[in-house]
Design a protein around this ligand. Structure first.
Ligand code: ATP
Ligand code: MG
Length: 450
């Protein structure tokens, strides 16, 4: 089956070859094309060092952050195209990067440094497929196998351990037993990786359709990267609400959560506080009082360690904190949640609650799922009506209170919040005359602290 190369990539290959540099499409784009998937990007390997690549494209803006490793990024209107010299890697340092690279003469040599057989294929529109390690057969049988000796490859670069799990989760592939055993043997090297790279790989892994299976089969590897989660695997739930231990439950929630990073991280972490707060009641059942708050602390430390951007960290922690809402929600509670989380955050919360229910004992779902649907409908109605949700939505402003004689300062904010509470609870209409009258009453009730 020929691979359809986009015209702009074809032009890059043609230009390099016209100047005497054999060039190929390599790696992920070949793998994805053979799978019938649309490649995220097209990488080119060429027998050309960075200076030669630059000389071939004098008219183009370029990015040269990868230059020491032989890579030049060409900035085309269609996006960035990376052209990397055929290379073999010198000795590795820090279990992550080669100390030096050596340019190679043939594409086959370049393919030998790549991580997995399915990633070690090259395609050329005239010369066809180069597949020295049987990547195509492994693609057909859905198998991830290392190029070369697995332990040595993981010792060179421990990120490959996470890439292995990521490709298994995203592609739904099996891991070759030798690769799995080697990954397990090398798992302590994961501690050497930069937190950002761990985060990036895990975020992609978690969004893969086979993430739960892959993590279940390779839990020791995940726990080597995220030791905070290991106690979940020793935490039986011992209650009629649950049919899994806390780890099995977390994985089932992960599987049922929407496939986006914030939702999947929140599902993975939502119960991570349980082991620390487990107690037994007089009935002999296990209880986990306060586990959401304990989870916020543990997950917060984990997310900081992985250097999550603050906005994402806060979004995930809010979901961990709030995942145990009692349903049905009162109108006031619903509006408070909408005000705090915004429409998107609220939708995420319901997504997590749904995933949580689907990961509990099956007899509970029929009662709880309709309550989640109901909360969704009520939120839509509140948003459609444009109901007041925050002090900014009140028909009475801070300036109006000043005019009534409330002094500037904390008293002003307290009064607005008090009015908001009553509006949210539905006991006070969001209309200026009523709000003004109520504000006066509050001032009279509590004049001393004015
Ligand atoms: P995707 O772009 O979908 O994440 P990809 O396979 O293209 O997947 P990239 O990180 O873009 O992954 O890398 C491009 C290619 O470079 C890979 O297909 C593989 O051949 C090689 N490669 C990338 N990272 C490594 C690594 N850590 N060790 C060995 N080879 C690697
Ligand atoms: Mg790629």
């Amino acid at each position: 089956m020929p691979i359809a190369i986009p015209p702009h990539i074809r032009r890059v290959l043609n230009r390099l070859e016209a100047r005497g540099h054999p060039a190929w499409c390599v790696g992920g784009c070949v793998r994805d094309s053979l799978l019938g998937r649309t490649p995220a990007d097209w990488d080119v390997a060429a027998q050309a060092c960075p200076e030669e690549v630059l000389a071939c494209f004098p008219e183009l803006p370029t990015v040269d952050t990868g230059r020491a490793h032989g890579t030049i990024g060409l900035v085309l209107p269609q996006g960035l195209v990376e052209v990397t010299a055929f290379r073999t890697d010198g000795p590795y340092s820090g279990h992550r990067r080669p100390e030096s690279v050596r340019y190679a003469a043939a594409i086959e040599e370049d393919l030998a440094r790549r991580d997995f057989t399915v990633n070690a294929m090259a395609w050329h529109p005239e010369r066809g497929l180069r597949d020295p390690f049987g990547g195509r057969a492994d693609l057909e049988s859905g198998l991830l196998r290392c190029v070369g000796e697995p332990v040595r490859r993981f010792e060179e670069d421990a990120l490959r351990i996470l890439r292995l799990l990521r490709f298994a989760a995203v592609l739904g592939f099996a891991i070759h037993p030798a690769a799995q055993a080697a990954a397990c043997q090398c798992r302590e090297l994961l501690a050497c990786l930069s937190p950002e790279r761990v985060r990036e790989e895990l975020s992609k892994l978690l969004c893969g359709p086979a993430a739960a299976r892959v993590l279940e089969e390779n839990a020791a590897l995940l726990f080597a990267a995220l030791p905070e989660l290991e106690p979940l695997s020793r935490c039986a739930q011992e209650s009629p609400y649950h049919c899994w231990d806390a780890w099995g439950h977390s994985l089932r929630a992960l599987e049922a959560a929407p496939a986006a990073p914030i939702d999947r991280w929140a599902a993975l972490l939502h119960d991570c506080g349980k082991p620390a707060v487990k107690t037994y009641g007089p009935d002999g059942l296990a209880h986990f009082y306060g586990h959401a708050q304990a989870g916020v602390e543990l997950a917060g430390a984990l997310l900081s360690r992985l250097r999550f951007p603050n906005r994402e960290r806060e979004a995930i922690l809010a979901l961990v904190e709030l995942h145990g809402q009692v349903l049905p929600l009162s109108e006031k509670r619903l509006k408070k949640l909408l005000a705090r989380l915004g429409p998107q955050g609220f939708e995420r919360l319901l997504g997590l609650m749904r995933a949580d229910v689907l990961a509990q004992a099956p007899h509970l779902a029929s009662g709880r799922l309709p309550l989640i649907v109901q909360a969704q409908r009520e939120a839509e109605a509140v948003l459609a009506r444009g109901d007041c949700l925050t002090v900014r939505d009140l028909a009475l402003r801070g300036g109006d209170l000043l005019a009534l004689g409330v002094p500037p300062g904390p008293r002003l904010g307290r009064t607005l919040n008090r009015l908001l509470d009553e509006v949210l609870a539905g006991t006070l209409a969001n209309e200026k005359p009523g709000l003004t009258a109520r504000a006066k009453e509050l001032l009279e009730e509590d004049p001393i602290h004015m």
